[in-house]
Design a protein around this ligand. Structure first.
Ligand SMILES: O=P(O)(O)OC[C@H]1O[C@H](OP(=O)(O)OP(=O)(O)O)[C@H](O)[C@@H]1O
Ligand SMILES: O=C(O)c1cc(=O)[nH]c(=O)[nH]1
Length: 217
């Protein structure tokens, strides 16, 4: 869910401003889920811009408190949300840990890195939600460690039905600063996307799980 329309618009505007939105309809990206996509939203780039990362940090910290109350700790989903998660934890002055997709094969063989108290109230920070699988795996690991997951906050979500169903099934509340709908509005306003790219994106959005580029012969 989007909490504040102004934040959703501003976040989308900032992502476009720093070219964090990549379009490659002829040479699709492969997503974590294995889906092929003409678009990639690289939120990691925001960390390279102090003004923008400070904006995201403050908005996220405020929304964490607004949605879930002050947590005992913040957990970031590795690797995309380690940076932003740490910034949010720092702003709220609470402990931080991050969750790997799976346990390390060497060293201490941890999946959760850092210290997190059993029974503590934790909010999970994610950079981006496509299917929600990565985030929900992190939630699963935290719950297994005896943590009380209050909910999740991400910078961006594509708003796919699959993700909504996955979060509902796992009984995890998801809020995001911005989403695909707001991104498209801002991209059209600023002419970031050409008419051809808009056409590809609407065709892709109809069935993202099975989309493939039309190859001109
Ligand atoms: O909702 P999903 O379908 O799971 O996809 C979203 C996930 O994909 C990206 O991570 P990626 O696996 O590319 O790794 P990274 O965070 O280490 O860059 C992103 O950071 C999310 O965690
Ligand atoms: O699903 C993904 O892997 C994914 C999509 C996207 O737009 N950005 C990203 O970082 N990951």
């Amino acid at each position: 869910m989007i909490l504040h329309k102004e934040t959703a618009q501003k976040t989308a505007e900032l992502l476009l401003q720093i070219n964090a939105i990549k379009l490659q309809p002829q040479n699709p990206f492969t997503w974590a889920s294995g889906w092929k996509s003409p678009i990639y939203c690289d939120n990691r780039i925001t960390l390279s811009y102090p003004t923008i990362r400070n904006y995201l940090r403050e908005q996220m910290a405020k929304q964490v408190e607004e949605c879930y109350g002050k947590p005992d700790a913040i957990a970031g989903v590795a690797t995309g949300a380690i940076g932003i998660g740490m910034l949010v934890a720092d702003y709220l002055n609470v402990p931080f840990c991050y969750v790997r997709p799976e346990a390390k094969k060497h060293g201490r063989q941890n999946q959760i890195e850092g210290h997190v108290e059993k029974g503590s109230n934790v909010v999970v920070i994610e950079d981006l939600i496509s299917t929600g699988k990565s985030s929900l795996m992190a939630v699963g690991a935290l719950k297994e460690a005896g943590v009380n997951v209050k909910g999740m906050l991400a910078i961006f979500s594509y708003g796919f039905d699959t993700a909504v169903e996955n979060f509902t099934k796992n009984e995890v509340t998801l809020n995001t600063l911005s989403d695909y709908k707001n991104l498209l509005i801002q991209a059209e306003k600023s002419n970031y996307i050409s008419a051809d790219e808009t056409a590809v994106l609407s065709q892709w959005r109809e069935n993202p799980a099975t989309w493939n580029p039309v190859v001109n012969s």
